[in-house]
Design a protein around this ligand. Structure first.
Ligand code: AMP
Length: 194
């Protein structure tokens, strides 16, 4: 039984900065060394593959959830502890959310943005009470955070909605905050209704 289960959203590419790969490896190693479980998109590419490989190497469990279509493109990481092949993206994202105690987004592209915003939206609507983190490696998310602040200034968002995500640039510190918050989060969840 893992001590916690963390869903990580991140790029299917490595990005330009070696720091992204290093932090992805740090996050995977931290999960494994703390007896945790990684839940993720089940791919082998980019930062996704780096996190999963590092988690396994450090003795952690890895739960991959991938749709048929991506397995057929031979993009699945076949040595996951559990690899769930599901029918479509909706089923995949629901299973990832259900299997997680907390969520963490690392640098990535539109897939990562979509996953972060979706789980954030579900949280504001009360479908779950699980903590959400955004790891701002090398200032990658500074422009997004500036835009979100602008959205608050324009009254399309509220401070309480911003407060639903924990932003940090230090991986171990943010991971600790997420796991501590997950331990006291309400078990109330209605993800089956999404
Ligand atoms: P992106 O940030 O656009 O690279 O997309 C990465 C996110 O979308 C990951 O967190 C995955 O859940 C999903 N994803 C995108 N591409 C793949 C892939 N080749 N294999 C598995 N999942 C993927």
């Amino acid at each position: 039984m893992p001590s916690f289960s963390l869903c990580v959203y991140c790029g299917s590419r490595l990005g330009t900065t070696p720091g992204f790969t290093a932090v992805a490896a740090d996050v995977g190693r931290w999960i494994g060394e703390h007896g945790g479980q990684l839940v993720y998109g089940g791919g082998n590419a980019g930062l996704m593959g780096v996190v999963a490989t590092a988690t396994l190497a450090a003795g952690g469990r890895v739960v991959g959830v991938i749709p048929h279509a991506l397995v057929e493109k031979e993009l699945a990481k076949l040595d996951c502890t559990e690899l769930h092949v599901v029918d479509n993206m909706h089923e995949r994202k629901r299973m990832m959310a259900e299997r997680a105690d907390a969520f963490l987004a690392l640098p990535g592209g539109i897939g990562t943005f979509e996953e972060l915003f979706e789980v954030w939206t579900w949280r504001q609507l009360g479908y779950h009470d699980k903590p959400i983190g955004l790891l701002n490696v090398d200032g990658y998310y500074d422009p997004l955070l500036a835009f979100l602040a602008s959205s608050v200034r324009h009254s399309f968002m509220s401070d309480w909605q911003m407060d639903l995500i924990r932003v940090g640039d230090d991986a171990p510190a943010l991971l600790n905050r997420l796991i501590e918050a997950a331990a006291v989060a309400s078990p109330r969840t209605s993800l089956s209704q999404i």
